[in-house]
Design a protein around this ligand. Structure first.
Ligand code: ZN
Length: 94
């Protein structure tokens, strides 16, 4: 039936064990997230906010979606993304 979660604790991203212990907080410009430490494998991780593993900056995704829903065509959104956000970090002038 429905899996009973231990409160709202996530499962370990690495080994899938349930019930990690709280391991402080991770601060970022996108807010504060709970950091967890797995009791089984000992690794720490933060909650999956849906953007985990995404190489694209979530802000870029939001900006693109915002444009898309305002009626901007996808090709223009894509071009805007490449122009303004690039793929990864731009090498600085040396
Ligand atoms: Zn684990």
């Amino acid at each position: 039936m429905i899996e009973r979660r231990d409160g709202n604790r996530p499962t370990c991203r690495f080994c899938g064990s349930a019930g990690p212990m709280g391991w402080g907080w991770r601060y970022s410009d996108r807010g504060t997230k709970h950091r967890w430490r797995c009791r089984a494998c000992g690794r720490t991780f933060v909650e999956d906010d849906g953007f985990l593993g995404c190489r694209v900056d979530p802000e870029a995704i939001c900006a693109a979606l915002d444009q898309y829903f305002r009626g901007v065509s996808l090709s223009r959104v894509a071009r805007h993304l490449r122009t303004c956000w690039g793929s990864g970090r731009r090498p600085g002038p040396s």
